[in-house]
Write a protein that binds this ligand. Structure first.
Ligand code: MN
Length: 229
């Protein structure tokens, strides 16, 4: 038994739908530029890039539709609507045809981004962490078990801000599918139970302001909602 010198931090969790318990979060990986139209709107050529990843702290998750405080040090808070994959079993070098068997569940999530800080970091070749991995930067809806969403290769993904559609696409337009993303990421790190993967956002990212209400849906998975305060 460790003898902690301070109280150990609480484990961040994501609630499972229908009072199905709580999914404990270990790490949060995010895929960059995984829809061609979004890669283009960010000024990249989608055909030339392998997937790349960045991380958020596990306690960046914001659950139960709680309000999201407008973060400090930014004038450009952007929404990125995404399918989130929750890993249930450990694996390294996972073959493509076994990748989905490592998934415990799915949720709808928002990769909230301090775009001005991210763009400044990009320009200077610095890390994205403070543009992406800040407090409350990962609003996430109720999780569903993987057997309730057996085919993550298709399904509408959409985000409304104040009732107006801002982002709309389909999971079929992911450049790297859920299975490919898991297989590739598992070559870089040992995936472990509790890991979340934000799979990337489609085109239409834009700024939000205090008072805005965000409502996202991944058809077949669920919704994510928050209000910026
Ligand atoms: Mn993203």
């Amino acid at each position: 038994m460790p003898h902690y010198v301070i109280a150990p931090p609480a484990t961040a969790t994501v609630p499972v739908a229908n009072h199905g318990g709580d999914f404990p979060v270990r790490r949060i990986f995010c895929v960059g530029r995984n829809y061609a139209e979004h890669a283009r709107e960010m000024g990249s050529d989608p055909d030339r890039e392998l997937p790349f990843f960045f991380c958020k702290p596990s306690d960046a998750v914001l659950t139960y539709g709680a309000d999201m405080p407008y973060p400090t040090m930014t004038k450009s808070l952007h929404h990125e609507m995404e399918l989130v994959v929750a890993i249930g079993t450990e694996g390294a070098n996972i073959p493509l045809d076994k990748a989905l068997s490592h998934v415990w569940g799915y949720a709808a999530g928002l990769d909230m981004t301090r775009r001005d800080l991210q763009n400044a970091a990009k320009k200077e070749g610095k890390p994205w962490d403070m543009g992406k991995g800040f407090d409350f930067s990962a609003p996430i809806g109720l999780m569903i078990p993987a057997d309730k969403f057996p085919d993550p290769t298709k399904g509408k993904i959409e985000l409304k801000v104040n009732g107006v559609v801002r982002q709309t696409s389909d999971l079929s337009k992911l450049i790297w599918s859920v299975a490919e993303t898991i297989s590739y990421l598992s070559q870089l790190v040992m995936l472990a139970p509790g890991d979340l993967i934000f799979t990337g956002t489609p085109e239409g990212v834009a700024a939000v302001e205090k008072g805005d209400v965000l409502e996202g849906i991944v058809e077949g998975v669920g919704i994510v909602h928050t209000r910026i305060v």
